[in-house]
Each structure stands twice: as C-alpha cells, then as structure tokens.
Design a protein around this ligand. Structure first.
Ligand code: AMP
Length: 579
C-alpha cells in the first residue's frame, strides 16, 4: 500500500497531515500528488467532493511554495464562499508545521476592506470566488503576476452558477507560464472546451468513471402518487430515526413548504434557500454541521456551499431538472469511505427518468416499498427502548427525587410500568399510523395493483397506457404488431388489450415491463410521438366501459360514450406473439 511518505512530500507536511488523521492517501491523492510534484503539466481531474481532492492539489501546492516570498503563488477558484473558506482552512491545517506560510480567502457577501488588508499583509495562496477575485483584480488589490498554479475547483459547479465569463476574464489575467489544474465532479462539454482553450498539454486523471456517482452510495427509489410525496417523506424519516440528511427540492417555495410542514409535524428540520440572508444561511448551516439539525431541506443552489461529511441520506423530494445535478446531490453522501443512501421519490410517469439516471450513475437504482405503519412503529419503538436502555443515568442528580417517584408509581407492576413509559413517547406515533394506508403505487388491495395475475396461466401482467387508438388506425392486431416492433422479444406474453378511440391499454408480462418502457422511449408512429406509461386503470368489463375506464387518464376520456362500439376489448387470457 502506498503511504504519504512515498509520495515525495516534505517532512513538515507529513507531520501535519498525520496529526489531521490522514493515514493513507485516497485514490485521487495517490494519482495526483506524485504527478504534480514531478511534472509541470496541466491537469484535468475528475473527482467528486469527498474524495480528498482538496489535499490532492493542496499538498503539492504547499510543498512547492517559495516561503521566502509573500507574493501570491497559487490562486484557487471555488464556486461558493463556504467552499473557499473551507479550502483556505485546509491549507492552514496542512501548513501547521510550515513556518511563514499564509492562505487567504476572498469571497462576496463580506466586507472587501478586511480582505484587502489581508492581501496587503501578503499570502502565498489565495482561495476565492470568481466574482470577488475579479473585483479585487480590477481594483488592483489582487496581483497575480507571480502565480504559478491556478486551480479551478468544482469547475462544473462554477459554470452552472454562471461564472463562465468571470472565469475567462480571470484566466486571461494570469501569467501564461502558470500551470492550470481543473477539478470537476462531472465533465460537461463546457468544461472540455475550457480545458481545450486554456490548457495546452494536459493530463487527465479520473477516479471512478466519468460523470459517475460515488462508489459508496446506495441509490433507491420509492414510487408514490404525487399527492403522497410529503407523507412518503415523513415515513422515510420515521423509518430512519437517526437520519442526518438533506432533502432536495426544486424551488424555494417547495423548500419552504416542506421544511415548514416537517417542523410543524415535530421533525428536527429547517430550510436553506436563496431567500434567506447570509446571516440566516450561516446560522442554519452551522446548526446542521454541528448536527443540531437532523434534516436540512434545501434547493440545489443553496446547498452548494455546504460541505458536510457523514450524511446518512440524500432525499430527492423532486428530481432536478438537469439530471446531472443528481450526481452532485447524491455525491454529498457516501463520502470519505462512509456508506450513504440516495433516495428518490417519484411518481409513475417519472420512471423513465430513473432509467436515464441509472445510465448516468452507472448503477442500478433499486425500487423499495414505502414502509407501512406497523413497520415504522416497530422501528421507532425499539429505538426508544434502546435509548432508555443506553441512557447514562445521573444517579446523584436524581437520588433526592426518587422516594417521591417510587411512591407515585407504587401501584404499577413492572410490566405496567414499562407500558406506561413507552406510551408516553409513543402514543402519538401509534395514533398517526393506526390506519395508515399503503402509499406505494400498486400497493393496497389487489384491485388497486398495477399488475394483474392471470387466473389460468399464472402470468403476472403490467398494464400500459398508449396514446393511440382507433382514430389512429389502431386495432388489437396492429397494436400487437407495434408492441412486437418496439420490444423485439418473441417470447414475452401480451395479455388483455383494450383499444379506445384516442388511446389504448395493453398488458405485458410484469417481469419484462422495462422492455416496453425502453422500447417505446422516443418512439414515433406516423409522425406522432408515442407515449407509453404504466397505468393503474382497471381492465374494462363488458358492461362497464363508461364508468371504470380511465384511471390515470381520465382527461383524455372526456365525452366518450358508453356505447363506444369501436373499442375492442379482448378478454382472452393471454396472447401469444404472432411472429
Ligand atoms: P475533500 O474531497 O477535499 O472535500 O475531502 C473530504 C474529507 O476527507 C475531508 O474532511 C478531508 O479532511 C478528508 N480527507 C482527505 N484526505 C484524506 C486522507 N488521505 N485520509 C483521511 N481523510 C482524508
């Protein structure tokens, strides 16, 4: 195994990082540190936060600093003020045993005067956000003529935050002799073009595959009706009583609403979003960092500056518009060798997004069932019992109260006493979950399930909706032809088919349902974009076409008459392929 002393770092740096508890280099450090110490080439490194990337560039930069000069020799650009402060703090920690070294952080939203005074006193490394760096450059308070290394940290984040022009301006103002190190968790096209434009002969280092999620993250999804999203979130929190995580929402409004509801429902939660002042943001973040807050509800933008290890869960209350952001969200858990879980709450029409995400993450995203009331109550109850069991008893403090307490409880047996104590904390939970319904789509009684087991053949079918019907020239035979065309699996069984005027339903072997979703992805028929999705609507009975039909597609069913004679409902138990 490679050790830090094998990498060629100075003894005073080795001593400092040893005190920080760094025993062995992480993979990105193993690859980056010897490269940076032995060559002067540029570097593009694909690495997520949490992989140890700060030390990967920080340690070799510190190693090569000319400590006799107080001029800026390295500039690190970071997307947020919090990250800039963190990186400067890390440099200070690495240099604990190095005399005469100083790292300065400069960022917006704070007094520029104090930062200018720091710069005037001198420091070899400046870590800053692009806006403030450019501002102080223009005011000639920051001088970059001696810069030998420029680091673009979380380059993809800087671009999504709209710093592209600032970055270009800053890069133009640095000496052409410098080396550039670009760190990014993902590799969108813009990063590649920056690398091409500003880096001549660069090396590419990657830990893990490109644009892939962190290794230690387990990805799961729950499928619920959109209206049950919040109830599902509560159950996820309840089944994980020790949760320490971030709930990601899409908008500020949703963030506020979800956080307020959680707080009102007694959860240890708070919101982080752009409508808060910097002081309010700092307050929430500090509480969260110190684990005084268990659940942080946040927008992607607001959570960017938050650098917290040991998160147990990331919950996607709603998926981000840009699926790339999912990598960043989920990469906030499973850091520094720890395991983490990234949860996605979706409704049935979002299933295709899960498939696209699986490709991005490079892992299967497993479907789990939202736990039922009984399961949650059991988990909470045992957690409470463990807490009672493990609590540190302050004998001396409670001694004087005990006689009176014994007297008050003397009519209760040991069994009754246990029941009473447990009930104090637990009654509200039991009450809440007493008649809790099944939130899973396809949950509940069999009538309500998305799949149907054929009585004769025993085949389990999933029922699909498709947006073409008789008015598009579709009948049962042409629909089978279409399904055959898209799924290309002659062995799969097709079940019932109901063709209506503007749309149809068909059943397909449940265990092969992905074939249908994948096969019809981006499919067209005579210029019409085909939409196929899993439906919970029930098969149409002969005398019941007007009332039961529709399910999730009731809008498209408006005005249809009970005697729609063109619908062809085939109740044969199963169909073999005609191919
Ligand atoms: P980063 O990816 O730079 O945000 O680092 C993530 C966390 O891992 C930070 O808390 C670092 O202090 C820690 N860390 C970095 N390198 C090592 C190492 N070699 N051994 C142990 N912890 C490390």
């Amino acid at each position: 195994m490679i050790t830090f002393s094998d990498l060629g770092l100075k003894p005073e740096i080795l001593e400092a990082i040893q005190e920080m508890g760094f025993e062995n280099p992480t993979p990105v450090q193993e690859k980056t540190i010897p490269f940076l110490l032995s060559t002067n080439k540029d570097l593009v490194a694909l690495a997520q936060t949490g992989t140890g990337k700060t030390a990967a560039f920080g340690l070799p930069i510190l190693n090569d600093i000319d400590l006799k000069s107080k001029k800026v020799q390295a500039l690190v650009l970071s997307p947020t003020r919090e990250l800039a402060m963190q990186i400067a703090k890390d440099f200070t920690a690495y240099s604990k045993k190095t005399k005469g070294f100083k790292a300065i952080s400069i960022y917006g939203g704070a007094d520029a005067g104090a930062q200018i005074r720091e710069l005037e006193r001198g420091g070899q490394v400046v870590v800053g956000t692009p806006g403030r760096v450019l501002d102080l450059l223009k005011r000639k308070k920051l001088k970059l003529s001696d810069v030998q290394t420029l680091v673009l940290d979380e380059a993809d984040e800087m671009l999504t935050m709209g710093f592209k022009d600032d970055l270009n301006d800053i890069l133009d103002k640095t000496p052409s002799s410098k080396r550039t190190l670009l760190f990014s968790a993902t590799m969108p096209k813009e990063i590649i073009s920056i690398a091409k434009k500003y880096m001549s002969d660069h090396e590419e280092i990657s830990v893990g595959a490109k644009n892939k999620g962190a290794e230690n993250v387990n990805h799961i999804y729950y499928m619920v009706n959109a209206k049950d999203r919040y109830s599902a979130l509560k159950r996820i929190a309840d089944i994980n009583p020790d949760i320490y995580g971030i709930v990601f929402c899409r908008t500020r409004r949703e963030t506020k609403e979800v956080a307020e509801k959680l707080m009102n429902d007694g959860y240890n939660a708070d919101a982080l979003h752009g409508d808060l002042s910097q002081a309010q943001r700092d307050y929430v973040m500090t509480r969260f960092r110190n684990k005084n807050l268990q659940i942080l509800v946040a927008t992607d933008v607001a959570a960017r500056g938050l650098d917290v290890n040991n998160l147990s869960h990331i919950i996607n209350y709603n998926l981000p518009d840009e699926l790339e952001s999912y990598i960043h969200r989920s990469g906030r858990t499973g850091r520094a060798g720890k395991k983490g879980t990234s949860i996605i709450i979706v409704h049935s029409r979002e299933l295709r997004k899960i498939k696209s995400l699986e490709k991005k993450v490079g892992k299967t995203i497993h479907k789990h069932d939202i736990p039922g009331g009984k399961e949650i109550c059991e988990k909470q109850l045992y957690k409470l019992v463990d807490k009672v069991n493990n609590i540190q008893v302050e004998d001396e403090q409670i001694e004087e109260y005990l006689p009176k307490i014994y007297e008050k409880l003397e009519n209760l047996s040991r069994e009754d006493l246990i029941k009473h104590f447990v009930s104090v904390e637990f009654n509200s939970f039991l009450e809440y979950y007493k008649n809790a319904k099944d939130l899973n789509i396809g949950g509940g009684d069999r009538e309500d399930k998305k799949s149907r087991k054929d009585r004769n053949s025993g085949v389990e079918f999933t029922r699909f909706y498709i947006n073409v019907g008789t008015k598009n020239g579709i009948n049962a035979a042409t629909l089978i032809g279409l399904i055959n065309d898209k799924t290309r699996n002659p062995r799969a069984t097709i079940g019932r088919i109901d063709v209506m005027k503007g749309f149809s339903f068909f059943e397909y072997e449940a265990k092969l349902e992905d074939e249908v979703l994948k096969g019809f992805e981006n499919a067209e028929e005579k210029g019409l974009k085909l939409l196929v999705e899993i439906t919970k609507s029930k098969p149409i009975e002969k005398d019941d076409r007007g009332s039961r039909f529709g399910g999730n597609h009731s809008n498209s069913n408006k005005g249809r008459k009970r005697s729609d004679s063109r619908s062809s409902s085939d109740r044969s138990q199963k169909r073999r392929r005609r191919r």
